[in-house]
Design a protein around this ligand. Sequence first.
Ligand SMILES: Nc1ncnc2c1ncn2[C@@H]1O[C@H](COP(=O)(O)OP(=O)(O)OP(=O)(O)O)[C@@H](O)[C@H]1O
Length: 308
Amino acid sequence: MIQARSLTKRYGAKTAVDGVDFTVRPGVVTGFLGPNGAGKSTTMRMIMNLDRPSGGSVTVNGKPYAQHRAPVRQVGALLDAKAVHPGRTARNHLLAIAATHRIPPSRVDEVIELTGLESVARTRVGGFSLGMSQRLGLAVALLGDPATLILDEPVNGLDPDGVVWVRLLARQLAAEGRTVFLSSHLMSEMAQTADHVLILGRGRIVADAPMSEIVAGAGSASVQVRTPHIARLVPLLEADGATVSGAEPDLVSVTGLAAPRIAEIAAGAGVVVHELTPVTRSLEEAYMALTRDDVEYRAERIAVEANR
Ligand SMILES: Nc1ncnc2c1ncn2[C@@H]1O[C@H](COP(=O)(O)OP(=O)(O)OP(=O)(O)O)[C@@H](O)[C@H]1O
């Protein structure tokens, strides 16, 4: 469990994290989202005592990180996968960390197996690909068998197999009752991995809710309706409270009415319908809507400028 209370970080005149309150619960994967510079890494660094809060506090499993007698057994973190001595082998890197924290060498072999590093365990990490470094970083995070895991962009640089592997690992760790707090800019991946979502924008909490609520709350879902009799159907739908929009002669987007009701109205009027597709919002659309005011450079603005 991670609990932040009025957590604040200022760098000179810049407020990177602005008095945030949140709780990251065990047993679920919590996704941490936000535009570049929103304060995600700073928040994670403060949880791990790598940055001092300018105000407020944050605890892991009930205590600030520094007050735990054996913090690596409480919380494991992947913050910067490349921060490893390049001359060491992966196994020696893990053995050195294990020795410092009185973790038996047998656990090193367990995490090597868990993270699929067996074939490169005796290779110097200086030659590792980003994907291998990420696996090694995850192995370090898991070394103390911690109840809480903090993973900053764990799928960064991974190939599609690696991305799926991280997703399954995160879900398995949460199913074991651990707290899993994970940041990523890959929305489709996050949608499949996280149960709960925390969104930061300019250092403040923009949303803190279950994934289903975030996606559902992004705006009303619509139904795509294709019929050769648009002109007959649209007034009937509008009379029943729908809002209808659409640019194609045989296709409209209907909000305010569910698909079964649209089907009943069409059937009642003898209108043939060729397609009736409920369209749910994606996490990406929800995220874009929620962070619209917190981003300096948006894709649509760039597109407008490119078309000038
Ligand atoms: N050591 C530092 N000194 C000064 N400013 C900093 C420092 N670290 C971060 N910042 C600033 O604080 C803000 C938050 O940065 P942070 O790296 O936490 O954002 P982020 O959400 O992790 O972004 P990204 O998605 O790009 O990783 C940014 O404006 C950044 O420039």
